[in-house]
Design a protein around this ligand. Structure first.
Ligand SMILES: CC(C)(COP(=O)(O)OP(=O)(O)OC[C@H]1O[C@@H](n2cnc3c(N)ncnc32)[C@H](O)[C@@H]1OP(=O)(O)O)[C@@H](O)C(=O)NCCC(=O)NCCS
Length: 161
């Protein structure tokens, strides 16, 4: 069995998840943000390596679109390709749900996250001004979207009467 595994997040994961969250973000989610997401039925998945949680994502489905609310890899494990692996897994999952696309927000200054999103095919669709708290003032969010519609399908829909 592969040592790297994606599986549903469990309440028992939360101590590890929160430690990662606090190491990964300047303004981390609280335990309540995670438990609320899980009880709301959002997709919450843990990435584990040799049974330890090394990353996770939280995904909210609204009608035929999904919104990626959080994705993180433990600070000590970043740069090994695991963020890209988890994002690919998430995109495949969203596509498997039959969704048209995946939306997310990212800080303007978050170069590594912007890099993996761009590499994965996300495109800029908007900017939310002063969206995030910052050490000084507020920071803009870029709104990115990855479409899972086939080009032909989009063409057919655009051109249908
Ligand atoms: C964003 C995040 C999930 C990426 O995870 P990861 O495991 O480090 O990602 P990978 O190792 O797969 O890829 C990192 C890529 O970023 C690139 N990168 C790293 N630092 C970078 C920088 N300052 N500028 C541009 N690219 C950078 C790496 O070169 C690598 O790209 P490559 O595979 O083309 O060489 C992780 O950094 C993280 O958890 N960050 C904190 C939480 C966060 O910001 N989440 C996103 C919220 S929108």
């Amino acid at each position: 069995m592969s040592k790297l595994m994606v599986r549903p997040m469990r309440i028992a994961d939360l101590d590890e998840v929160i430690a990662i969250e606090q190491s990964a973000y300047e303004f981390p989610w609280t335990r309540g943000n995670f438990t609320d997401s899980m009880s709301a039925g959002y997709t919450a998945m843990s990435l584990t390596f040799e049974r330890s949680v090394v990353g996770y994502f939280i995904l909210m489905k609204i009608l035929d679109e999904c919104h990626l609310l959080n994705i993180a890899i433990s600070r000590h494990e970043q740069g090994k390709g695991w963020g890209t692996f988890l994002l690919d897994w998430c995109c495949a999952h969203v596509q498997g749900l039959g969704c048209e696309g995946l939306l997310l927000e990212v800080r303007l200054s978050n170069d590594s996250a912007r890099h993996i999103y761009e590499k994965s095919g996300f495109r800029l669709v908007g900017v939310r001004k002063h969206y995030y708290p910052a050490a000084v003032g507020r920071e803009d969010a870029l709104v990115l979207f990855k479409s899972f519609e086939s080009p032909n399908q989009a063409f057919d829909e655009e051109n249908s009467l």
